[in-house]
Design a protein around this ligand. Structure first.
Ligand SMILES: Cc1cc2nc3c(=O)[nH]c(=O)nc-3n(C[C@H](O)[C@H](O)[C@H](O)COP(=O)(O)O)c2cc1C
Length: 179
């Protein structure tokens, strides 16, 4: 359990970063919500790939043709939600998403996934969400992209029989909230 009474913003970032290395950590997959052109919320699971505590950044990888990418290009405001059922911790975050534009940075990350089991996630001939066509499957081309989310604030809720605890965490500090 996290002691929310003495929590500092960088302590929380340390916990988020640890979830990348701890095998099977439930915060490795989070729910990402975007807003579509009709102003309707759209949510899906994505894998947390990179965490940069000093710059309040997280990154995930995707196919640049997928609806979520088109949505965040139209409206970059996103919401993230992580849940740890063992420790009964919910972490929500608000942020602004951009696509990484540095070709060398994208290429370096593509090299790390292109020979692995997830390479096919970025090389289907048809865009994600298209109706399946059995004649076309994978392409030599890839639509790998790196999404960076600049986190503006966190909302951490610790459920406990002794009493739930909740804090808002921003770069300015930590504020206790009524759960
Ligand atoms: C456990 C899990 C992890 C996933 N990770 C990713 C991911 O890292 N990137 C991604 O683009 N889609 C990922 N997906 C697929 C998305 O949840 C979603 O189904 C797909 O990307 C299409 O979303 P969209 O139509 O909103 O763009 C994951 C799905 C699951 C179930």
């Amino acid at each position: 359990m996290i002691d929310l009474n003495s929590l500092k913003p960088l302590d929380l970032w340390g916990i988020v970063k640890d979830s990348l290395v701890e095998k099977g950590h439930p915060w490795r997959v989070f729910t990402l919500s975007t807003v579509d052109k009709e102003c309707r919320p759209q949510s899906r699971s994505v894998v947390l790939r990179e965490v940069e505590p000093q710059s309040w950044l997280v990154r995930f990888y995707s196919d640049s043709r997928s609806p979520k990418i088109l949505q965040l290009q139209h409206n970059p405001h996103v919401s993230l939600c992580f849940w740890n059922p063992q420790l009964k911790q919910q972490l929500r975050a608000e942020g602004v998403a951009t696509l990484m534009s540095d070709p060398a940075g994208i290429q370096q990350r593509w090299q790390s996934v292109k020979d692995g089991p997830t390479a096919g996630d970025y090389t289907t001939t048809l865009a994600p969400g298209s109706a399946v066509d059995p004649l076309v499957e994978f392409s030599e081309q890839n639509w790998f992209c790196v999404v960076e989310i600049k986190i503006r604030s966190f909302d951490l809720l610790q459920l406990s029989r002794e009493g739930h605890q909740r804090v808002a965490v921003t770069p300015d500090g930590v504020t206790a909230l009524v759960p």
